[in-house]
Design a protein around this ligand. Sequence first.
Ligand code: ADP
Ligand code: ADP
Length: 209
Amino acid sequence: MRVVFIGPPGAGKGTQAARIVDRLQIPHISTGDMFRAAVKAGTPLGKEADGYMKSGKLVPDSLTIAMLRERIAEPDAKRGFLLDGFPRTVPQADALDAALRADDMKIDVVLLVEVPDELIVARIVGRRSDPDTGRIYHLTFDPPPPELAGRLVHRKDDTEEACRTRLGAYHSQTAPLVPYYESHGVLRRVDGVGEPADVTTRIMGALGL
Ligand code: ADP
Ligand code: ADP
């Protein structure tokens, strides 16, 4: 199964993706995680992406598309994948379609995780992640165990200011993907508000699982 998650920053895409790939046994491909790994490793791609990410802007399509195409050509992606955070622009969606079509493949479902803007900043500024396990926590909504406090990471772009830029980028550049995928007949909407376990149940239902 080839699934795409779309939603504003902080909608819960990463949290839910981890649960879904566990059940479906497909790779979780997060372009945000890939860019952060490149920044950490100090690669040329990471150096180029860093400035955009820190300020909350999208990394240019040319870099993002090239990175994603390479990733979905890996052998583990042949049996399906869950894309989290890609595509985020119409040119990215067109490039994805073209790359898949060349191999006689297509996206099966695009899940739009809906969370109203007024809940987003609180979710983003309280986000922390465990670099050892990749587990995502929230200081209030999903508090980490106290013994992990010393190693948790607070992303540089999880400030209120960068979050507002990211929300703006979502509405202007990513939201056009909703009518795009609706017209392809693959869009499903899921309410992302409520307990994470309830959101997982809704997503599984929307995937027909
Ligand atoms: P995204 O990948 O869409 O940016 P995350 O999965 O990283 O979002 O979630 C953003 C923050 O919100 C994290 O701190 C996470 O713990 C928290 N979160 C995720 N799902 C929920 C939920 N259903 N209710 C409240 N907080 C949530
Ligand atoms: P979130 O879902 O919490 O907004 P991500 O981890 O998906 O964050 O992305 C973090 C940052 O990485 C984005 O703000 C952007 O700078 C960059 N990025 C990730 N995916 C893409 C993409 N598909 N196109 C352009 N930039 C991206």
